[in-house]
Design a protein around this ligand. Structure first.
Ligand code: GLN
Length: 456
């Protein structure tokens, strides 16, 4: 893995920081020694994990993709990182992202642009683009990302890997740099659903450092996967699948639509009944999301004041110290979002924007509830298009935001969703992957993993 990382990294640029090779080899040797002595090792012993750089690691810099945190080293590990280390995982490096998770292509990173391993002239998706490209290029075995509005699922789709966005509260957010706290969740990337099941269990569960983390029991997802060796002819017999018809209409790439339709035929062959389900409020989710996410972020990002964290610009008076440090440290996308969020929350506009967006959020939640009463899972594309060219959307923020239409509703409702590769469409030297999004009821990750495992 380290050899491949070294060889491919100049082309892909997944990592903003790579662990010291000697340190990695030392950890691996220590695990080997324990195995030889017959001592117990954790279920992730020796597994090389890439970690999105908005998740705090005490032994490596953690920048959130922002110049304002360049060189910052947290004093602690995020809870999810601690859990990985306890189980023997080795953190191989910190992966690139859109600054503080704000973006859909990883081009809004303060440091570098990451390439899609399928076609290096294209984006890997975002904001967890580096975590997706790293697994896709086999630079590490699995990786962690975060998903506020699709940042695990859309890059998984663009890079042809498995991506899991858990239920809100399933994984502790302690040590995850906050973007929009009511939507953020840590998720995982891997090259198979089985690996996802193992990784998800390792990082899930209640944490006293995150008041929104859930104490719902964490099942042993991997041992509950139905064995593929003993396939009946219809292993998913009786499973009701709802295909969200609003996600297959105008503006969706024709190759994406046909891949999803082929996936639905495959699900029927496996025994599912697939019916169309209509969710009329679906298109309202995108504007509501961008109001809520920017509002929350304008508040969350006030902590970067040049005093408590990261880079400080020298000034002779405190207001210019704050102002100059922020002006200097934040990139243009982040500044735009702070302005939008502050505007939406300001006294004269609160009712027109923030309050209405919260009402839409309730509507979206109810319509998912109704759809999941009729169906065991819902399906849709993970993104309306396959990976696009680097630079194609950087001057058109609305076009970039529109690419999140398939994923943001799931965060508004706090539900879990799994993305599995389901087809390859034309474009690039080897075609471009398409991901199928499967959405489940809250805390029913086990069902999604089972369906995904049998489907893949
Ligand atoms: N692309 C969306 C945004 O820019 C989602 C990002 C995310 O999930 N972190 O807000």
């Amino acid at each position: 893995y380290l050899d491949r990382l070294r060889r491919t990294e100049p082309l892909i640029r997944s990592f903003v920081h790579v662990a010291d090779e000697e340190a990695v080899m030392r950890q691996a040797a220590e695990i080997d020694g324990r195995v030889e002595r017959g001592e117990e090792v954790g279920e992730l012993a020796g597994v090389l994990v890439g970690v999105k750089d908005n998740i705090c690691t005490a032994d490596m810099p953690s920048t959130g993709g922002s110049r304002i945190l360049e060189g910052y080293r947290p004093a602690f590990d995020a809870t999810a990182i601690g859990r990985l280390r306890e189980r023997g995982a080795i953190i191989v490096g910190k992966t690139n992202l859109d600054e503080f998770g704000m973006g859909s292509s990883t081009e809004a990173s303060g440091f570098q642009v990451t390439a899609n391993p399928w076609d290096t002239s294209r984006v890997p998706g975002g904001s967890s683009g580096g975590s997706a490209s790293a697994v896709s290029a086999r630079q590490c075995m699995v990786s962690l990302g975060s998903d506020t509005g699709g940042s695990v699922r859309q890059p998984a789709s663009f890079c042809g890997v498995v991506g899991m966005k858990p239920t809100y509260g399933r994984v502790s957010r302690f040590g995850l740099m906050a973007y929009a706290s009511s939507l953020d969740v840590i998720g995982c990337f891997s090259s198979s659903v089985t690996d996802t099941a193992i990784l998800l269990r390792a990082i899930s569960g209640y944490d006293r450092f995150d008041a929104t983390s859930s104490n719902h029991e964490v099942p042993d997802y991997a041992s509950q996967l139905v064995s593929v060796d003993h396939f009946e002819s219809k292993p998913l017999k009786g499973l009701r699948v709802g295909m969200i018809c609003e996600t297959l209409g105008d503006g969706v790439d024709i190759g994406v639509v046909s891949s999803i339709q082929a996936a639905s035929v495959h699900l029927e062959e496996l025994g599912c009944t697939v019916t169309e389900v209509s969710m009329p409020s679906f298109s309202l989710g995108l504007p509501a999301y961008y109001i809520l996410a920017t509002s929350e972020s304008s508040s969350n990002l006030s902590r970067y004041d040049g005093v408590r964290y990261g880079n400080q610009v020298a000034a002779d008076e405190i207001n210019s110290l704050y102002g100059d440090s922020r002006a200097n440290g934040f990139g243009p996308e982040v500044k735009m979002r702070i302005l939008m969020g502050t505007y939406a929350l300001s006294a004269g506009y609160y009712d027109a924007y923030y309050k209405r967006a919260q009402q839409v959020r309730t509507l979206v939640r109810k319509s998912f509830k109704a759809a999941l009463e009729q169906n065991d899972i819902l399906i849709s594309p993970a993104a309306p298009t396959p990976a696009y060219k680097i630079g194609e959307k950087t001057n058109d923020p609305l076009a970039m935001y529109a690419g999140d239409t398939m994923t943001v509703n799931v965060n508004l409702a706090g539900l879990p969703a799994l993305v599995v590769p389901c087809g390859v469409v034309e474009g690039g030297p080897a075609g471009l992957p398409v991901g199928l999004q499967m959405i489940g009821a809250a805390f029913d990750e086990a069902k999604l993993l089972n369906v995904g495992h049998i489907f893949e």
